[in-house]
Design a protein around this ligand. Structure first.
Ligand SMILES: [Zn+2]
Length: 450
């Protein structure tokens, strides 16, 4: 081995360029890598090197931390410097102790001493970049899984990434965003308004802490302009730019209505806009959608073809061919906008079926279509004209936003507020707003600053 590699930190005078201090952080052998494992640094070593570099910077920086003490807060006398006290600091990947200046009152009668800490000086000992990661993990996975994931990233287990901490922080940050989302969306500027807007609403179920129930519902709505539906291939589409509203509040939909209006306005909805709304037929979804009517030019509500097709799929099952054929006929009528005929045909089929189980299934389908008859359109015509009539896109929103995080198989049970707060972060991530918006809510939750 001919050479070694030293990682050195130098403290240099900016004016004279004189090296004041030089520390060797690490010496690496330069040897031929026997395998890919020895190429560069291993995971643990990278974290360790980062820790050393951080420690050097923190040692230099901490001497400059202004604790804000000028005079004794108790008696007003002068203060003397009295060494440094070590205080916790949690960076993204590593934990540190930062030395912070202590002070003592010069008045012998008083004897006041400061006990400074990172939390005292900065309001928190956690770097916001770590808090951001914790929120992202906590919103995407169970809090215990989030803890595991973060510890894997940093190789070592860190108490700061404890699942209880992650839960508290995620909840705090979500609560700040929930509040922000209530603020009215900015007025749409000239030229940014959209002539047409599509709105989709759907609901998902969240396991509840409430002993009397198994779950409660959260609603999700997404607003986008028709031109932002981008085809991926013949069968899949993606929405390029969207705004969303999501609420698990038990408040008679009032939060959901405000969020939905704001989401629509963010996408450029004005009183000139023609809105096409798609929903699966649940009454609360229609209620939220219909609340937009006073704020737009027109509102066309359509029972989502995707959900209609799913309902038919559920009934079809392993039935005989004649039954299937008639059912297909009903669907065909619906597709062509002949809902009266479709319902008549379905009723006839229902009365001719003797099997009570099958009959019940058909009855459910019939009720579903009848309840939503006002929202049945000529799907065929819309399809021909390239207009929206189905929500099916590459990703199912409701699964991404709600179902993935709140699966019933998990032990976790939620309160309305707890679920609501986490959903706000998921909503921002889903609509690509998190990157621009995380900092203020994270700082607010950590430091309490406005
Ligand atoms: Zn004093």
């Amino acid at each position: 081995m001919e050479y070694e590699l030293r990682v050195i930190v130098e403290k240099v005078s900016v004016t004279s360029q004189e090296v004041i201090q030089r520390d060797t952080l690490k010496v690496y052998d330069i040897a031929p890598p026997a395998s890919i494992l020895e190429l560069g640094l291993r995971h643990e070593e990278q974290i360790s090197l980062l820790e050393k570099v951080q420690n050097s910077l923190l040692a230099a920086q901490s001497k400059l931390i202004d604790t804000g003490y000028d005079r004794c807060p108790r008696c007003g006398q002068k203060l003397n410097k009295r060494g440094f006290t070590k205080s916790k600091f949690h960076a993204v990947f590593t934990d540190h102790k930062v030395g912070i200046q202590k002070h003592k009152c010069t008045n012998p009668e008083c004897n006041w001493q400061s006990t400074p800490s990172t939390a005292y000086v900065f309001g928190t000992s956690i770097h916001p970049d770590l808090a951001k990661l914790q929120c992202e993990q906590g919103a995407m996975y169970s809090f215990r899984k989030a803890e595991t994931n973060l510890n894997k990233m940093t190789v070592h287990r860190r108490p700061v990434n404890n699942h209880t901490n992650i839960k508290l922080l995620t909840n705090e940050v979500g609560a700040v965003i929930a509040q922000e989302n209530l603020e009215p969306a900015a007025v749409v500027e000239d030229g940014l308004s959209t002539p047409e807007l599509i709105l989709q609403a759907d609901g998902g179920h969240i396991p509840t802490k409430d002993k009397d129930k198994r779950s409660f519902e959260a609603l999700y709505a997404v607003a986008y302009r028709p031109e932002n539906i981008i085809p991926l291939d013949n069968h899949h589409r993606q929405i390029e730019n969207k705004s969303c509203a999501v609420s698990a509040k038990d408040d008679g939909l009032s939060t959901m209505k405000i969020y939905t209006l704001n989401a629509a306005r963010k996408q450029g909805m004005t009183e000139e806009t023609q809105v096409t709304a798609l929903a699966d037929g649940a009454q609360n979804c229609w209620t939220v959608i219909l609340s937009l009517a006073p704020h737009c030019n027109s509102l066309l509500c359509i029972l989502d073809w995707f959900h209609i097709a799913m309902r038919f799929q559920n009934v079809r099952g392993a039935e005989d061919d004649a039954f299937k054929e008639t059912l297909e006929g009903v669907k065909w009528k619906l597709w062509h906008g002949k809902s009266d005929e479709a319902l008549k045909k379905l009723k006839l089929l229902m009365t001719n079926i003797t099997d009570s189980k099958k009959r019940l299934k058909l009855k459910k389908l019939y009720n579903y279509l009848e309840n939503n008859q006002a929202y049945l359109v000529n799907y065929e015509e819309r399809d021909q004209q390239g207009l929206s009539y189905t929500s099916q896109v590459a990703e199912s929103h409701i699964d991404t936003i709600i179902n993935d995080r709140y699966k019933r198989t998990k032990k976790m049970q939620w309160t309305h507020d707890g679920a609501h707060n986490v959903l706000q972060i998921r909503g921002l991530v889903e609509c690509n707003e998190w990157a621009d918006r995380w900092q203020a809510p994270v700082l607010r939750a950590l430091v309490g600053a406005a």
